[in-house]
Design a protein around this ligand. Structure first.
Ligand SMILES: [Zn+2]
Length: 281
């Protein structure tokens, strides 16, 4: 009898996880790259097919070079939210923040009018924010009311807000190594800071179980989090559906309304569809 009770209790405990990994929750993936190394292996139809398979109904996309983003946007302008990566090639990653040619490229591309943000870009040190190029980037973002998608630890984020407290920043990977306590402090301090959780599923839910410290954080700042997968290399695409499923596994351990906000609504509110936005020919 005792064994039976143990079995039933265990089974009941397991139900929410498996049930909710339920694919019915639409996802807005706020961290997608469609970069050159993926183009020959996955055409835009294949990428959009993976989104459909994973029930990803919208996606924030950037790429190195930018043409991949535009190809996807052209293929499905309702689903794809394009942002402009300041990397013409991978080599720009190390020097973009001090390169006048990159800034000129960004200004010229932004003029097309369809980008909803600039990024994802990397800042490895708060001092990198001091260059005239990064200053100008913050002005462009503020003027256009678009986000900066920033991969960095906390210090460059604070440096950007010191330049302009009104910036809208999407903090990639919630700072990657930042603890839940630090993420909470940053969200408390900067009311326009948003964050996405790519590459963090195993921190949030070790062995699939939502960690209490993350639950508390996600429920305290429910309106500031988004889901992301980060397809930074072409090897991520074969895993794409599984990457989304990993997020579903912890999402469903939250109250349904909170899960819906983080899965889709926060990003959808922020990147509301704008049907009159220009599109590439
Ligand atoms: Zn990143």
């Amino acid at each position: 009898m005792k064994i039976l009770i143990t079995f039933v209790v265990t089974a009941l405990l397991l139900v929410p996880t498996s049930l909710h990994a339920d694919a019915s929750l639409p996802i807005f993936d706020a961290h997608v790259h469609y970069s050159e190394d993926a183009w020959s292996r996955y055409d835009t139809t294949a990428i959009l097919g993976l989104f459909t398979q994973a029930n990803v109904t919208r996606a924030l996309v950037s790429s190195t070079p930018d043409d991949g983003t535009l190809r996807l946007y052209k293929a499905d302008a309702e689903r794809i939210v394009p942002i402009l990566r300041p990397y013409r090639s991978r080599a720009d990653m190390a020097s973009w923040y001090r390169d006048p040619a990159v800034l000129a490229y960004v200004e010229q591309r932004l003029a097309a009018g369809y980008y909803r943000g600039i990024g994802e870009f990397h800042l490895f040190d708060a001092r990198e924010v001091e260059t005239s190029q990064v200053r100008r980037l913050t002005e462009l973002a503020a003027q256009r009311g678009i986000i900066l998608h920033v991969h960095s630890d906390a210090a460059p984020i604070s440096a950007l807000y010191a330049v302009n407290p009104g910036l809208q920043i999407l903090w990639a990977h919630a700072g990657m190594d930042a603890s839940p306590a630090l993420i909470g402090e940053m969200l408390d301090r900067y009311p326009t800071l948003l964050t996405e959780l790519s590459l963090r599923a195993s921190d949030i839910a070790p062995a699939g179980q939502l960690a209490p410290v993350w639950r508390e954080l996600l429920l305290r700042h429910t309106d500031r989090f988004m889901i992301g997968t980060d397809t930074w290399a072409s090897s991520r695409w074969p895993e794409y559906v599984e990457l989304v499923r990993e997020h579903r596994q912890w999402l469903v351990q939250l109250p349904r309304a909170a899960a819906q906000q983080i899965a889709y609504e926060n990003a959808a509110r922020h990147f509301a569809s704008v049907s009159h936005r220009p599109r590439p020919q």
